[in-house]
Design a protein around this ligand. Structure first.
Ligand SMILES: C[S@@+](CC[C@H](N)C(=O)[O-])C[C@H]1O[C@@H](n2cnc3c(N)ncnc32)[C@H](O)[C@@H]1O
Length: 345
């Protein structure tokens, strides 16, 4: 209370244009109110409501007097309107908060959802800048990928976000490597199965095993079934920090290491080296984050470590894990293709 009073009497708030602009840029209330509206599904409740605030509070599990303040503020910022009788309605700007709007952003903004939670952790950005630790870890006690696997809804959210298909230059993985000699591949951290399914479709002799955490594996299994690939592609629950299925020709790591520190990356590579012994190969198809976009890079750094590594650094990590470079493929703007073989039997 006193803080509010002090801030309202602050000359920065009352005067200087730049100060006001900055205070507006740094404002946290507006985004929090928009996200509260998304989380509480207020647009849908307003659309279905008879106008009775008590009833809407009951449905949203909120306190009527505070729900009223929130709705009034959302009117002030143009997401809702209120007629003379006090009945609320949705404006054009507020329409994407409806669950079934073609442009719906409700799930994305909900603080109960995967992306909304990750965004909420951004308040700890200073911690990340100081320490390098993702503020997601500092805020929730675990990383982004553990969160994905915490709730089936989170994995589904990721699947919807990934419906774009072969993203991040996956075509380079499919086309630059000689898959015709490969009988079996383990897609380590293979996610929703998009890449493995495409590999199997383009290489009819190839069998694949995808290893990932629980919820993601469910999504991958459904994809393999839908594409009638169950006889050649399986998805198994496992961690790349634990022993992996042994004896495959290729252990594929696509866009994995960027999410982990050097020590963790070496551990993952070592698990692949152990499983690949003695004749298998480890194929690194690492992503290179676009450095020119500071906004994206800050978001990613706040959410996961995502170090951007040069080819020489990747090779050095692999050597620490008992792997030697056997093939250097293309290095595109977003991918580095490198093949390794275990050095020790
Ligand atoms: C950035 S995605 C990469 C997915 C995929 N390989 C691709 O190229 O799109 C990272 C994947 O690693 C998985 N993952 C995270 N921690 C894991 C662990 N300990 N063991 C296995 N998979 C894990 C995540 O669930 C996610 O599917």
């Amino acid at each position: 209370m006193f803080g509010v009073v002090i801030r309202m009497g602050n000359p920065v708030m009352d005067g200087g244009t730049a100060g006001r602009t900055l205070m507006g840029m740094a404002d946290l209330l507006r985004p929090s109110a928009v996200r509260a509206a998304a989380t509480l599904r207020l647009a849908d409740h307003v659309a279905a409501s008879s106008g009775n605030l008590e009833e809407m509070a009951e449905r949203t599990g909120t306190r009527p007097e505070l729900l009223d303040v929130l709705l009034r503020y959302l009117v002030d910022i143009g997401l809702f309107r209120r007629d003379a009788s006090g009945q609320y309605g949705i404006t054009d700007l507020g329409t994407p908060l409806l669950e079934n709007s073609p442009e719906s952003v409700r799930r994305h903004l909900s603080v109960d959802g995967l992306f909304g939670r990750a965004d909420a952790a951004l308040i700890g950005l200073t911690h990340t800048i100081r320490t390098g630790e993702p503020c997601h870890v500092a805020t929730f006690g675990h990383g982004y990928w553990e969160a994905v696997n915490e709730s089936p809804e989170f994995a589904e959210a990721l699947q919807h976000a990934d419906e774009s298909g072969l993203s991040w230059d996956m075509e380079t993985i499919l086309e630059s490597y000689n898959w015709s000699d490969v009988d079996s591949v383990v897609d380590v951290g293979g996610h929703n199965g998009t890449l493995l399914a495409e590999l199997a479709l383009r290489n009819p002799g190839l069998r694949g095993t995808l290893v990932d955490l629980t919820n993601v594996v469910e999504v991958a299994r459904r994809k393999f079934s839908a594409q009638r690939l169950d006889d050649r592609c399986e998805a198994v629950v496992g961690s790349f920090f634990e022993p992996l299925p042994t004896g495959a020709d290729v252990y594929l790591l696509s866009a994995i290491l960027a999410d982990w520190s050097d020590e963790q990356a070496v551990e993952i590579l070592r698990r692949c080296a152990e499983a690949a012994n003695p004749h298998g190969r480890v194929l690194l198809a690492e992503v290179n984050m676009p450095m020119h976009d500071a906004y994206l890079e800050l978001w990613i750094r706040a959410t996961m470590p995502a170090p951007v590594r040069e080819v020489s650094e990747l090779v050095a990590l692999a050597e620490r894990a008992g792997l030697r470079l056997t093939w250097e493929g293309p290095v595109t703007q977003v991918r580095s293709m490198l093949e390794f073989a275990p050095t020790t039997p």
